[in-house]
Design a protein around this ligand. Sequence first.
Ligand SMILES: Cc1ncc(C[n+]2csc(CCOP(=O)(O)OP(=O)(O)O)c2C)c(N)n1
Ligand SMILES: [Mg+2]
Length: 554
Amino acid sequence: MPKGSDLLVRALENEGVERIFGVPGEENLDVVESVRQSSIKLVITRHEQAAAFMAATHGRLTGKPGVCIATLGPGALNFTTGAAYAHLGGMPMIMITGQKGVMSSRQARFQIVDVVSAFRPLTKMSRQIVGTSTIPTVVRDAFRVAMEERPGPVLLELPEDVAGEEAEDRPSVERHPIEIPVAHRAALDRAAEMILEAKRPLIMLGAACSRPRGTTGINAFVRRTGIPFFTTQMGKGTAAGGSQQYMGTAALSERDYVHEAVDQADLIIAVGHDTIEKPPFIMGPNGPKVIHVSYTPANVDQVYFPHAEVVGDLGPSLELLADRIEGKLHTAGALLSIRESILSRIADRATEERWPPTPQRIVHDVRQVMPADGIVALDNGMYKIWFARNYRTYVANTVLLDNALATMGAGLPSAMMAAMLYPERRVMAVCGDGGFMMNSQELETAVRLKLNLVVLILDDGAYGMIRWKQAVDSFPDFGLTFGNPDFVRYAESYGAKGTRVTSTEGLIPALENAFKAGGVHLVAVPIDYSENTRVLVDELRAKMNSRPEEVELA
Ligand SMILES: Cc1ncc(C[n+]2csc(CCOP(=O)(O)OP(=O)(O)O)c2C)c(N)n1
Ligand SMILES: [Mg+2]
């Protein structure tokens, strides 16, 4: 007779799960044994947080939930940041946590935390499995809830006595495809009319455009309409960044060069925008009209209150919208005249030779060693602004950044997941010295899994972004610096390779050699952050006559 844990693992196999990430505790041991006897691989991590980041990134990249496992109490609570990351980022994920027996227990309240309640605000669904007979349906439901728009995390708590209990043999619930409905004809007509009336239309591609299902329809819409576009940080690459219609990426909320296009537009078609992102532009009473096109209706916020909505499956809905306007748009390219001046000022000084290298130079050099389909996974720090703003993307999901929870610590685990899924592509984690050390223990996991991965560490001996904001706000320089380990020896102690870059022209060869050598390779480079103030404060202030304290980044 099967046990509860066998039914659970069988249901996971039925969902196509290939790996489970995590750190088991004694309450998970029946599940671990069932996994051992299954086709699923157990990937042990060195911290539950990293397992949750990996599972979430699996969901982000494939559209299918990644699965992670932890014990009760302390293990489960280590999932909280990963849950929030998936919840805000719209990434499907299933967390499985253990619990003491519910039918009888000889442990009093030892290690017991109300995990199901703790995760309610961090998930789409959080529930305990109370008996073996419901396992097949609960698991199927959990996967559906996690995958449905808007995707996100689900927590299932499996008490150890339910896991170990002999169960009636029940088949898993069969999966069937569900197509997302397409936008209503009336909504499409209304939007088409607004677009045809616009004199200076602009498209914005947001986070939901990065869903693996949708990118072809988005590309075609941009091409067929001829309207210039910009992207949010999480929408990068969703229509070929090299196309002649790309106007830039909104890394700041206002006053950047890309906002010259936003300020002149009379209509913005906001495709797949999700207000969990730091606002890519600020709507005001006198600004452009906005049409929201996405899988789900818009949220109304102080800075985002669209005038019309087209809700439905993105690709097919955009195709129907393009059918209505293609060839009739006589002013589609009105804003293209300012494209060159925006892009050239953003690319300014990208090849400067000063030592240590500037953020612009590092972004430029990383782009040189990454093929079009290479994946850069960013942690959170000052450099994220520079990569979002300056790194050109040609393929969706080739810059994995978190402009939603914006947590430190996800750079390395998310890069590891990308390397597992796409072993044939170059994958690089780009981390600050602060964020890297938050999950650096996973270097051991990466080495054990024999991943090919380059980890670029930007060494400024500080929580640089906060230190910079402190200076911009005229506070004294205080409390934000630290010492670092010797990154080369640190890497070597894990069985990885390490290189320290000692000249600006040495960065590209170091990265090339690291990729060519294969395995896990850490490359540390110092960074000159004086450009933060020169460009993001002084230059933009001079341009817009704005006050530095209005620049909101962190
Ligand atoms: C988990 C977490 N803690 C704190 C913050 C606030 N924060 C944002 S950026 C930053 C500094 C990042 O330092 P580092 O990783 O070294 O990158 P740098 O800005 O120095 O390049 C901090 C503390 C955060 N976003 N996430
Ligand atoms: Mg730093």
